[in-house]
Write a protein that binds this ligand. Sequence first.
Ligand code: IFM
Length: 452
Amino acid sequence: MTKQVTFPHDFIWGAATAAYQIEGAWDQDGKGESIWDRFSHTPGKVLNGENGDVACDHYHRWQDDLDLMAALNLRAYRFSIAWPRILPAGRGQVNPAGLDFYDRLVDGLLARGIRPFATLYHWDLPQALEDAGGWPARSTAEAFVEYADVVSRRLGDRVQDWITHNEPFCTAFLGHMIGVHAPGHNDAAKTARTVHHLLLSHGWAVPVLRANSPGARVGLALNPNEVVPASASQVDLRAAAREDGIRNRLFLDPLYHRGYPADVVERLDVEYGVRFDFVQPGDMDAIAVPTDFMGVNYYNRTIARDEEAPNNLPPAITVEGNEHTEMGWEVYPPGFYNLLCRLHFDYRPASMIITENGASYSDGPDAAGRSADQRRLNYIRDHLAEVRRAMDAGVPLNGYFTWSLMDNFEWAFGYSQRFGMVWVDYATQQRLLKDSALWYRDLIANDGFALP
Ligand code: IFM
């Protein structure tokens, strides 16, 4: 028995990537150093000492990659802009070659009928700004607005969909609390200040983007999770509420005009002595600026219990019998439905777009050159069925982007994790469509798919 799952004809079907993960050309054509260049060039920070110096060499192969996207019937492509390509020192002197690269990319997309979704910040802060205090400094939020202005003045006539930040949770907590991402700090005060300045820079940039890109839709890509307690015990319920605070409410509440959640603010004060004295008059109104869509990146749920791993994160809890991807992330599609409904009913965003969803499996080409990544296909298919179910429940969803278009540099995991629908042979830079890509191509052509 199969069931047909259908989507509206104007649903936005896309795939996503990020500059540092695919572009390479880390020091070419006037690009400045980013915190990920510095971090990955520091021994011990990235698995096997790998880095994004070359990555998928997309900076040179972008035309072929756009042809691939067209062959997949993609209606949209979500890419990020490397801030240090545009402003090598973070602010001030503009690098025309950097702007030219994205200008050509956008024109190439439009020529192929693919709608560009541009993300301004996907983690590659100019190192010069880090040296001047990084995200913990308010001046970095000011610099972000200058950057948003420069980029949108150049591209705003053709880019009509803007995402200010990707996953501020990761920038703040992985980069400043746990230190597994650039810039590699372990400091609760810096983490809290980073949260605030990321959100503030978003709020300040939205009107600038609207002014330079009339009629554009602007949003932010969050990575909220469904958090469930490991048991019904009081301590586990409390652990789940704490995790929900850090992971979800700390970002969602201020963006939707509720201010910072009191329980999270208190916990940061009691446990780490962090005061939110960096919040200035007017900041919270700026952060809560209305947006056109909420971007949702979703991979798995979090199961919380009353103990912490050494890195202050909830311990990874494995549910016996459930499948896990090669990242060790549980495959649990109903969590997606639960999360989408919660976001809609709790926060009422104007609309929602799935800005990332996908799975890491390393299934590569066989002798005949076929990459039978059935597990990724199943993952995407089953999560899309939950997206449809959420739409039926009234959630205003109008787009879906897989993560990722192609295999790429997976941050601290280097090239060991493959999230792509397109296989990349890093030695030859050859690309090969995996089964999931062919399935996705057909789904787009048919406005839906058959669910076994
Ligand atoms: O590769 C990342 C991406 O950069 C941000 N979201 C999660 C992906 C998989 O870890």
